[in-house]
Design a protein around this ligand. Sequence first.
Ligand SMILES: O=C(O)CCC(=O)C(=O)O
Length: 279
Amino acid sequence: MDSAKRTQLDEAGFCVLPRVLPDDLLDRLRHVTQEILENLPAAHEEDNRSTGSMVSVYEHPLFAELIALPAAQEAIQTLGFSTARFSSGYVISKPPHSPRLFWHYDWAGWDAPDSFTQQSPQIFLMYYLTNTRRENGCLRVVPGSHIHDNDLIPLLDEAHTPELLRAADPSRPAFSDRPDEMDVPITAGDLLIGDARLLHASHANESGERRTVITLWFHPDPHNFGERLQSFIGDMLPDPPADWPEEARAKTEAMLARYHGDAEPWPWNRHRPYPAPSQ
Ligand SMILES: O=C(O)CCC(=O)C(=O)O
């Protein structure tokens, strides 16, 4: 086990595992994502200036390889988890000269008491397809904000509203500089693993090139979660597309965080309470 990386994930809320993505898969992902992005209607990027394009990974069967990537499961095991199960994912591409991504967290099960324990209910696996740095829109994070209250939390509105997606008002706290933030520049092929409760955002892409990331959401050792949380996660799984080749469907299905019990799911709630309830 890599206890230094695990401690970083637990305490800071993220860690980077170098060279997880094989070069040939990186090349194929660049090619397929480029094709998908070229075919999007022009209005899509205009409506999503802050995030950039957002396309489900169910758009193309190549993503089954990424979802089931053995090297990613090995990386998860080096962090001390026995397994992690998949729920969904997106191709997120910031076009050249696009504004900052707003501060947000990805978790949406805030009614579950499990949301306030050390064990993460959800992690993001981010694969950047180009090297990232401040100038082309690298990730920014507020370390520790996945478990500790942070002054920014009560200042944030609902994430992913049309106004935020269009970056209509850059003076909003969601686009602000934070005293406790840090940059997370990445080398293409590295795997960035983060807690879905972590406050994160990105710099503006001031370069003339696209900056694309594929984000996959996984749930580490979900059998340890309360049943209502397992049921909540089970409820957010889209089925692998019926028109995918059988091999890609089977690969993806085997990774899904299916829940077969009858516990009532926690409701969908994207608002993190502030301060956090005491456990
Ligand atoms: O575009 C990025 O760098 C980050 C994407 C993101 O925030 C997310 O996938 O939740």
